[in-house]
Design a protein around this ligand. Structure first.
Ligand code: UDX
Length: 457
């Protein structure tokens, strides 16, 4: 039939090459593939996803010149800017090659941080959609930076850290998504460019659900001209484990099988944040003193000081009966395991959502950026967790673990809230639920951007 497309609409998905960004982009890819789209993942060779775990997608890797150990001592901002600079030109080349070949794509879905891809999509005449992988609330704060600066909240004054931002309660000045390496003009310029590009996109996709962040979503919808689709939590479509860049130690699952229900504390601070020897010591002490079984992720490079290796070895030796230390865990499976009663987390957005989906409460120990915002959401808005405070103290940690796992008042409430949120997730994913319906509208929207594509659905 004339005008009918021979094949399904073909999307190029462009993840930012960090764990916390690749995982949700692959999850989005699985969702869209299950709804009839062809998917090509266009990605940097640095932190490349494992193609063999996703045989249903095409992959277009490109050389980026990034060295595996290049970011060791760098601050977050410098790392992000270096990655952006390294991706710009190779992305343009690979997209040009794709569009002059047999497997042309109809549309680009880009990580928000890779905002330079907008110009490339424009040059090629392709619709450009943005996927923001972290919390909508952190994005709302990024978009509000100019007004927060005008109102004097930024630069942050030490005396104001505990003050609630009266235009954005219950967030405090110290919850702002800033990086701790200093908020230079280049940081605000980077964030500003990302926000402005996102506003000009053909759609903004968010990994959350309405009932988690309704006021934020209302506010974003009034400020961002692009239509907004809230499709999450996307970890329901493919586990974080299928996007893992580090080999996962699955032996901890059989160890968990031997532990009593709800007794184990799972501890991980994600793929980027680091800690010093003093915090490592407090954490080890807190875990030991709690006398609860634990599973602790110490990924290579997590601890800044060399001395801590010895300290850690000693701790592992002494606490063999109580817990396990692994380099990298199959986190979604761990969180869903009945033995796990709680999660001490840095509140990376994927970890936060995975924990909500598992219905477990959290101890929040955020390190920087969006994690500060996410921790406040957990502790004050949803009440499914407790905050640890910036300075890690073993006594406080011990008490928090006991309260979270066994407490009959605050702990019980947090555990109940966690189960309630898990129910809300299940409802949002069902036919008629907010994320399910938003997904259907998103698919109609993409189809409307691609000439003749609706014929093929
Ligand atoms: C950081 C930010 O904090 C996050 O909010 C932002 O969106 C991306 O950058 P990261 O430190 O990677 O992310 O944390 P998080 O977003 O929680 O992602 C970590 C991922 O690694 C999760 O999907 C988690 O399941 C996985 N993981 C973690 C493992 O598979 N095994 C582990 O042992 C630890």
């Amino acid at each position: 039939m004339e005008g009918r497309r021979a094949a399904a609409p073909h999307l190029a998905l462009f993840p930012f090459p960090l764990q916390g960004h690749i995982t949700p982009m692959l999850q989005l890819a699985h969702l869209l593939h299950s709804r009839g789209f062809s998917i090509t993942i266009v990605h940097a060779r640095y932190n490349a996803p494992d193609h063999t775990k996703h045989p249903q997608f095409r992959f277009e890797p490109f050389a980026d010149g990034i060295e595996p150990d290049q970011f060791g001592a760098m601050g977050i901002l410098e790392m992000l800017s270096t990655i952006v600079d390294s991706l710009k030109q190779p992305f343009r080349s690979v997209m040009g090659r794709i569009q002059s070949g047999q497997n042309r794509v109809d549309c680009v879905v880009s990580d928000a941080l890779a905002y330079f891809s907008r110009a490339v999509a424009q040059e090629l005449g392709l619709p450009w959609l943005v996927f923001r992988t972290s919390s909508p609330t952190s994005f709302m704060f990024f978009a509000a930076f100019p007004s927060l600066r005008q109102m004097g909240y930024i630069p942050v004054q030490d005396s104001e850290l505990e003050s609630v931002i009266k235009e954005k309660p219950p967030f405090r000045v110290k919850d702002l998504p800033l990086v701790k390496t200093g908020e230079s003009e280049s940081f605000f310029q980077f964030i500003g460019e990302m926000v402005e590009a996102t506003k000009k996109s053909s759609a903004l996709v968010l990994n959350s659900m309405d009932k988690l962040e309704q006021p934020t979503l209302d506010s974003l919808r009034s400020e961002i001209p692009a239509p907004i689709y809230v499709l999450g939590p996307l970890c329901n479509y493919a586990s974080g484990d299928s996007g893992s860049l580090i080999r996962q130690d699955r032996s901890c699952l059989s160890w968990l099988d031997k532990q009593a229900s709800g007794t184990v504390m799972y501890v991980s601070i994600g793929s980027v944040a680091r800690m010093d020897a003093a915090n490592l010591t407090q954490m080890a002490q807190g875990l030991r003193d709690s006398r609860q079984p634990f599973l602790w992720v110490i990924r290579p490079g997590l601890v800044r000081s060399e001395d801590s290796v010895q300290l850690l070895d000693q701790f592992v030796e002494e606490s063999q009966d109580m817990g396990r230390v692994v380099k990298w865990a199959p986190q979604s499976e761990v969180l869903a395991h009945p033995a796990v009663g709680g999660f001490m987390t840095h509140c990376g957005w994927n970890s936060t959502l995975e924990c909500i989906c598992a219905g477990k409460p959290m101890i929040c120990w955020p390190a920087y950026g969006d994690q500060m915002v996410n921790a406040r959401l957990v502790c004050q808005v949803w009440s499914n967790g407790v905050e640890m405070g910036e300075k890690l103290e073993s006594e406080k940690m011990k008490n928090s673990i006991k309260e979270l796992l066994m407490g009959e008042e605050k702990g019980k409430k947090m555990r109940e809230k966690a189960r309630l949120l898990q129910q809300l997730v299940l409802e949002s994913m069902k036919t008629g639920g907010s994320s399910y319906e938003s997904t259907s509208r998103f698919i109609d929207h993409i189809s409307s951007l691609i000439p003749h594509s609706s014929d093929s659905f």
